[in-house]
Design a protein around this ligand. Sequence first.
Ligand SMILES: Cc1ncc(COP(=O)(O)O)c(C=O)c1O
Length: 362
Amino acid sequence: MTRLPEGARFATRAVHAGLDPDPAYGSVIPPIHQTSTYAQVAPGEFVEDYDYARSANPTRAALERALGELEGGLASCFASGMAATHALLTAHCRAGDHVLLPRDLYGGTYRLVDKVLTHFGLSYDMVDQTDLDALERALRPETRLIWVETPTNPLLNVVDIGGVVARSGEALVVVDNTFATPVVQRPLELGADAVVHSATKYLGGHSDVVGGAAVVRDGALHERVRFVQNSVGAIPGPLDCFLIHRGLRTLHLRMAAHGENGGAVSEFLRRVDGVDDVRWPGFGGMVSFRHPQAGRIAAGTTIFTLAESLGGVESLVEVPQAMTHQSVEGSAAAVPPDLVRLSCGVEAAEDLVEDLRRALGS
Ligand SMILES: Cc1ncc(COP(=O)(O)O)c(C=O)c1O
């Protein structure tokens, strides 16, 4: 890998992480290894661990090195954020184990635990993780894992990761770092055991790829995650890995621009009559607010596209209750129907504010 000086800053590491010039031709950006298999010199004799591309692929390995470097752990990449979540949960938990979920979280995470993993003997409780006493009270002897999402999707609550770690007992602390990214928050440095990303969002950053990653501190857990990755086979293709890796190289710049726009948009919304409960965690592009005409507003913007997902350079708007969070309806994690969630892109802040002003009719 490009040798960086000791103590190189995050921006420098983001640009160079995981990149080795191609040994064959010296291309600064290594090629996309679009292959399913590798020629062997003799039966069972192959280069490093490259025997079959479900097990390993150099383009994926480069992305895994990069993400491991930026989060400070050992990374494995997956076909989606949900595949990464599934791998981590199944690598660590067994039938009879109990997990603690946050009371507001991405609906798909809840659905995976509630509708799939409970069939295999996992039980769970949901707890407001901003209340650390409540979290501690919810721990049971069989609690194997605490799932943290911070900021939460879609209510943008911020959880004290160090505080959760201090109260976690024997349970593994896993943080979904999709909204903050390692630019803002590196959970492993705060004592968490593992990090999960929907790389579909800020890491990829251009709304052109679905992917995920699990980054862990412990070598033995990493091996178990890798085992699930190979056994289940929910791996990302080489082109997807290339695109996410390319996204990483501008992550710090994009996060700064998203933050500028998130701040400007939330400041504007706080002054609009009829808009309530404006939330912005102080970084990034995610903003939420409540308005009795949530659906009309979300359908009335021009620059903000009405669509699920987030974290791309283009701005998106959605109504979580009707779109991304239907799977939590009727549960403790249900979201209010008048909530609007914005993913502020990197367009000019003035244009985003004007777009919202028109849609709100203010
Ligand atoms: C916080 C969070 N975690 C995980 C996921 C799941 O990621 P993916 O859609 O890449 O499977 C999402 C998707 O929206 C998310 O917002």
